[in-house]
Design a binder for this molecule. Structure first.
Ligand code: SF4
Length: 331
């Protein structure tokens, strides 16, 4: 195993590459400067590993990061509030809500400028040539297919031939998915895609039953991931390095969750903190909330208000500062 890793670029903690050429969308994600735009929960696929929470999946709801929004104007305002330098559009399948997706892309490009990098995930089920051209015209920079249907090769080919977008493929990886991953990589390479990303398969609440039913177990060494997913990724990276020239990248779950998300939250906390809020360094904000009769005062940590019910509050830097993740008496 050690010899294999030495022949790959990157590190096991941050990500490994068959060739050291990460997609631009990935580089911005690492830095935590991309907003995650969940454009609809509607999806006509039913992947057993689907990680989308069940209060989103199947519902036509609209979020920026953890923040629910109702309109595209609200979405742009939220992206500006957190100082994002790019966006990843996801779902569900954004192509089911194609008109909204196009409006999101054009509005973000208008408001944030042409350099604001946008990538989009789709199963490709509805990636007709018309839809792909419309996405390209709207200004989409990068499209990532998550193949769930037969004929996905043709979607890649159409996007490469008829648009100027960067075309990539992104799939989860776990034991018993190695041969499928190789097939997908070969198709991506042959039809001109720029990269393939492999995501370490994670146990999250929405997919736990589906994964257990297929015999997958949680890894002891790598909490919340599927046992053998990391090893399967190494096997596929090594194979891709030997047999293709397309860059293949493995994204470890721990890096995605702990580093990328924390960077994104830290950035939002630093840009949006009120005069009485302090950054904790972990992507949350802290302040003192004092209930004095009917009035509620907010003051910086360290300034407990005497004769009032004062509490130190810790919360994520969302607009409403919810969910609160800690609350304790201030003494
Ligand atoms: S295509 Fe994506 S959103 Fe739809 S079921 Fe599969 S993983 Fe979930």
């Amino acid at each position: 195993m050690a010899i294999r890793i030495q022949r790959l670029a990157g590190t096991p903690a941050k990500g490994l590459y068959s060739r050291p050429e990460p997609a631009l969308g990935c580089s911005l994600c690492y830095a935590g400067v991309k907003a995650v735009v969940f454009v609809t929960g509607l999806c006509d696929d039913s992947c057993f590993y689907c990680p989308v929470s069940r209060d989103r999946l199947g519902h036509d709801v609209f979020y920026v990061n953890e923040e629910r929004v109702d309109t595209v104007e609200d979405l742009v305002a939220e992206v500006q509030r957190i100082g994002a330098q790019g966006a990843s559009i996801t779902g569900g399948d954004p192509l089911i809500a194609l008109d909204r997706t196009l409006e999101v892309i054009t509005s973000l490009k208008d408001a944030m400028g042409p350099g604001f990098h946008i990538h989009l995930y789709t199963s490709g089920r509805y990636a007709t040539i018309e839809a792909l051209k419309a996405l390209d015209r709207a200004g989409l920079d990068e499209i990532r297919f998550h193949p769930t249907v037969e004929g996905f090769e043709d979607r890649i080919r159409l996007a490469v031939l008829h648009t100027g977008m960067d075309v990539g493929v992104e799939i989860p990886i776990a034991p018993r998915m190695v041969e499928w991953a190789k097939k997908v990589i070969l198709a991506a390479w042959r039809f001109g895609a720029k990269f393939v990303n492999l995501n370490e398969m994670e146990f999250v609440e929405p997919n736990t039953r589906g994964l257990l039913a297929r015999g997958y177990r949680e890894s002891r060494r790598r909490p919340f991931t599927v046992e053998g997913s990391y090893e399967a990724a190494l096997e596929v990276l090594e194979w891709a390095r030997e047999n293709t020239s397309i860059p293949v990248h493995f994204c470890p779950a721990s890096f995605k969750d702990s580093i990328q998300t924390r960077n994104r939250l830290r950035r939002a906390a630093s840009l949006d903190k009120a005069w009485y809020e302090e950054e904790t360094g972990e992507g949350t904000l802290e302040w003192v909330e004092a209930k004095c009769g009917e009035a509620v005062l907010q003051v910086p940590p360290g300034y407990c208000v005497e004769d009032c019910d004062s509490r130190i509050v810790e919360a994520y830097p969302t607009r409403k500062r919810e969910p609160r993740i800690g609350e304790e008496p201030c003494t």
